[in-house]
Design a protein. Structure first.
Length: 913
């Protein structure tokens, strides 16, 4: 049922009406009427929310229709607002008639919406949907309870099929038995990962039994009731004959007695399955802040258990390794099976694939094993293998949806805006590493994330949402940035992804097609993802845009695996007028021109033309005044952009092409909301434009310019761009244009918040240690041509974690990293330093260095002796160096002692490789 979409959509529409009430004044009557209708709808949806597992087709149809109405109403209002803005600019006479027409059109459209709302409400009443809802509600709670009970945990179940739990149990026992001040140990992770199982092992561990003298195990669950929990604990701690007295106690009596008991005795309390911080808040007043008692809790949400006065440790169980999964599976499905009618070895590959799909989730492996205990023949096993997706999700088959139910509980527990965020992940293919920058901007473009405060950026707001999903174990972190600790990429666990797809389908949230689909039946959905999977590496996929005819679609995403280019065959974007998000990453256009009709997509917030082959953009692009995100990252071609970007005043992200045509001139001074501006070119825009972009966090400037006077960056830039965190200055290589001279020291010293700096330009002198902003964490120097060793300055920058010197950034022959230098450095890279012969590392330099990379420094004689003192060094990569250099470093070589402690040493492209 479309619950998440409807509840969220209604709220969003409501807020739109309130926010824009000023601009809707001219059509106030209709706007108020719509507001009243919405109020009625809201109250109905509230009722319907309780029945989200309803099987009633009538309820489903009604809610689905409400979702459609909400989308349509939003389109109508937003179109009206956009057109009104335009009319404001037109000449007087024509304007009056246009305005009258626009108002009439709006009125009649809103009347249409009102009629649909009345009809849907009538339907509910005449079909007696309310009664149906009430009835289903009862059944539902019953069903939920059954699932709850099925999953309910008891402390005393023995488990013979457990694999690989010992290290985790030992660690947990350690936290509990040591006198370390820790009072709460919280086991957190996704449903089915084995939290309860671990807690149970710990609860019965002999060291734990010796350490404590009272034990209680309480199953809390989603419906946490304070009294029940406290009563349960007290009953376990007190003798049996107190039972009746405890049952009769009041809440405050329970709290007092429990508090005293825990204070004076050493008790271990297990709270299994605590869902929310709110539940934890309810239970914790009975626990004294200082005592010999401890709490072990399990939760899917990492925020649970944290308390300012109680010391808490979070423990995250790991997924099973492939070998462990196999072992669990073997114990359940293979051992003591004399009924199997085939050689198991013949199906090894199928089993491996099925296990891969379980992604190391114990619950999934066990369920799969359990399912196969009932299958005897090879063909039965193959059938399970062929349908592994639905078998795991439990849509069909005999495991009656166990896994999907378990994970779905986590989904249902999300607030509606997070449900939306989560459903958005259904657009991406399996195993896809999702780039958070892209994802965040999709969310913003669809209005799921609103950036309202002046100070916060898209990333600030959206990141909180993603972190919340991670804490709730719904999303896995792919990569975090070393410098900022921000999540750069994320992905879904296979099993969670099945739930995501299942829910997206149930909510009619989006549809996925592949390039080969002949006719896309996409008319019924608001979001379309086209997965361009390339079977033949050499032949790019061709996609006919006209296959998609959907005037209501809000998002159209083309997603390629491994970023292969593909051919988009289109003359026009007509028929897609409601789009908010259009991602054309990698599209190759036959005539290398973007069709003029792009200008029809007036609702567009997100447009990516990244890595397309376009060289001319039409001036109709300027119609896209609502764009928040525009990616024009195009390489290997000179792109002409008409001077229309200045109209996109809402832009927060703008990436310009690598090279612009000579006649391109862009006035960008009005884009004051920009947070990210990449490839700003001094040759094609005025440097003065930058000073008004006070919200910038990321700025890349191409400093090459025809006119030296124009190209000079004002030293005061830092004073205007107070929030800038990332700055890159670069020049075009091999180009004829003159290169601006830059006083790097004076310039960078102005940027107080800068943490990442890349200078890919010639500079006479490196900024000194006082000129570098104090937060600088990552520094990359390239083509600077410095004659003095930069290390004496850089090693004094106490925040530096990453340093890279490339392309003769340093032109001298000797580099020295001295004692006590680089206290935080994590990564160091030298690439193409043609004159470098000697590199010295003194003892106690770079104590935290983890990664070293040397590429193409052909004169460098050897790696420094001093590397052997750096005990934490994990990885050394050596590329494009002479054979002699490599031979010294491999086992038996004279320099081997320098890196023998390093766990990962890689040589590539060395000598005659
Ligand atoms: N290391 C393991 N080896 C084998 N089976 C395991 C292992 N860990 C967990 N299991 C099994 O996986 C299933 C799920 O485990 P458990 O109930 O502990 O998960 P959970 O994290 O508590 O889930 P929920 O969040 O739903 O409460 C159980 O059947 C359990 O026996
Ligand atoms: Mg559990």
């Amino acid at each position: 049922m479309a619950d998440a979409v409807v509840a969220f959509g209604l709220q969003k529409l409501w807020e739109l009406l309130i926010r824009e009430s000023n601009r809707l004044k001219a059509v106030q009557e209709q706007a108020t009427e719509l507001q009243n209708d919405l109020r009625r709808l809201k109250s109905f949806v509230k009722d319907a929310e309780a029945t989200n597992k309803s099987k009633s087709e009538r309820v489903k149809t009604c809610v689905q229709e409400i979702a459609e109405i909400v989308y349509d109403a939003e389109d109508i209002i937003e179109s009206f607002l956009v057109n009104q803005e335009r009319l404001g600019i037109k000449k007087h006479l024509k304007r009056v008639s246009c305005i009258t027409f626009a108002h009439q059109k709006f009125s009649s459209q809103i009347r249409g919406i009102s009629r649909r709302i009345s009809k849907v409400i009538d339907n509910m009443e005449t079909f007696g949907v309310r009664e149906i809802i009430d009835k289903v509600e009862e059944e539902d709670t019953l069903q939920e309870r059954v699932i709850g009970e099925m999953r309910q945990s008891f402390p005393s179940v023995s488990e013979s099929s457990l694999v690989g739990v010992e290290p985790s149990v030992e660690e947990l026992v350690g936290h509990l038995v040591e006198e370390n001040g820790v009072q709460v140990v919280s086991i957190c992770g996704m449903g089915g990962i084995g939290k309860t199982t671990l807690a149970r092992q710990v609860f019965h561990h002999e060291m734990v039994r010796r350490r404590f003298n009272g034990f209680a195990w309480v199953f809390v669950s989603q419906e946490c009731r304070q009294k029940h929990v406290w009563r349960g604990i007290l009953q376990s701690l007190k003798p049996k004959n107190d039972e009746q007295r405890i049952v009769e106690m009041t809440v405050s009596g329970l709290q007092d007695e429990l508090f005293k008991l825990l204070e004076t005795q050493r008790c271990l309390i297990v709270l299994d399955d605590v869902w929310s911080s709110a539940a934890w808040e309810l239970i914790k007043p009975a626990f004294p802040h200082r005592s010999g008692s401890k709490i072990l809790l399990t939760s899917r949400n990492e925020s649970v258990g944290l308390h300012p006065d109680l010391r808490c440790i979070i423990f995250r169980p790991r997924f099973l390794t492939h070998d462990d999964s196999w072992e669990v599976f073997r114990k359940i499905a293979l051992i003591e099976r004399n009924d199997i009618e085939f050689e198991v070895d013949d199906l090894t590959e199928e089993i491996q694939q099925m296990l891969k799909h379980c992604g190391g989730l114990p619950l999934a492996v066990k369920t799969l094993g359990g399912l196969l205990t009932t299958k005897r023949t090879a063909s039965e096993w193959r059938k399970v293998h062929n349908n592994i997706r639905s078998q795991i999700a439990g849509e069909i088959g005999e495991n009656s949806g166990l896994i999907i139910n378990v994970i779905t509980l986590s989904y249902e527990d999300l607030p509606s805006h997070l449900k939306h965020c989560f459903l958005y992940l259904a657009h991406f293919p399996e195993d896809h590493e999702i780039q958070t920058e892209t994802l965040f901007n999709y969310w913003v473009a669809e209005g799921i994330v609103m950036v309202s405060s002046e100070e916060s950026t898209i990333v600030d707001v959206a990141e909180d949402y993603l972190e919340e999903l991670v804490k709730r174990s719904m999303v896995l972190v792919g990569k975090r940035n070393i410098v900022t600790s921000r999540i750069e990429s994320c992905r879904l666990h296979d099993v969670v992804r099945e739930v995501c797809l299942f829910k997206a389908k149930e909510e009619s949230f989006m549809q996925v097609f592949n390039a080969q689909s002949s006719v896309l039946d996409a008319t019924s959905t608001r979001r379309v993802a086209v997965h361009l999977v390339d079977d033949d590496e050499n032949e790019p996929v061709i996609f006919q845009q006209r296959k998609i005819q959907n005037t209501k679609a809000r998002a159209l995403l083309y997603i390629t695996r491994d970023f292969h280019p593909w051919i988009l065959s289109t003359q026009s974007f007509r028929g897609l007028e409601s789009l908010r998000v259009l991602d054309l990453f990698g599209a190759q256009f036959r005539r290398r021109k973007l069709p003029k009709s792009i200008g029809k997509l007036i609702h567009l917030r997100y447009l990516s033309l990244k890595e397309t082959n376009l060289y001319v953009l039409p001036s109709s692009l300027g119609n896209l005044e609502l764009l928040v995100y525009l990616d024009l990252e195009i390489y290997e071609t000179m792109v002409h952009i008409p001077n229309v970007l200045k109209k996109m005043k809402k832009l927060r992200y703008l990436m310009l092409p690598d090279e612009l045509s000579d006649k391109t001139k862009l006035e960008l001074g009005g884009l004051v909301k920009l947070e990210t501006l990449k490839n700003f070119s001094l040759k094609h825009s005025s440097v003065k434009d930058l000073t008004s972009m006070t919200k910038l966090r990321t700025l890349w400037i191409c400093c090459a310019s025809d006119n030296l006077a124009e190209g000079v960056l004002p030293l005061s830039l830092g004073a205007s761009l107070k929030h800038l965190e990332e700055l890159m200055l670069y020049n075009k290589r091999n180009s004829q244009v003159q290169h601006a001279k830059i006083n790097a020291g004076a310039l960078v010293s102005g940027f107080q918040r800068l943490n990442q700096l890349r200078l890919d330009i010639k500079i006479d002198k490196l900024p000194n240690e006082l000129q570098f902003p104090s937060r600088i964490t990552s520094l990359s120097l390239s083509s600077c041509g410095l004659s003095e060793d930069p290390m004496p300055v850089l090693e004094k920058l106490h925040s530096l974690k990453i340093v890279s010197l490339e392309l003769n950034a340093f032109a001298g022959r000797k580099i020295v990293c001295s004692k006590a230098g680089f206290p935080k450095l994590h990564t160091l890279e030298f690439s193409i330093l043609d004159n470098l012969e000697e590199w010295i590392v003194e003892e106690e330099s770079m104590p935290y260095l983890c990664h070293v990379e040397i590429n193409d420094c052909r004169k460098l004689k050897s790696l420094p002796d001093g590397l052997r003192y750096i005990t934490g060094l994990e990885e050394v990569r050596v590329g494009w160096m002479e054979n002699a250099f490599k031979d010294k470093l491999i086992q038996g070589g004279e320099d081997y002692f320098k890196i023998q402690h390093v766990s990962y040493v890689v040589f590539h492209n060395c000598g005659d490789e």
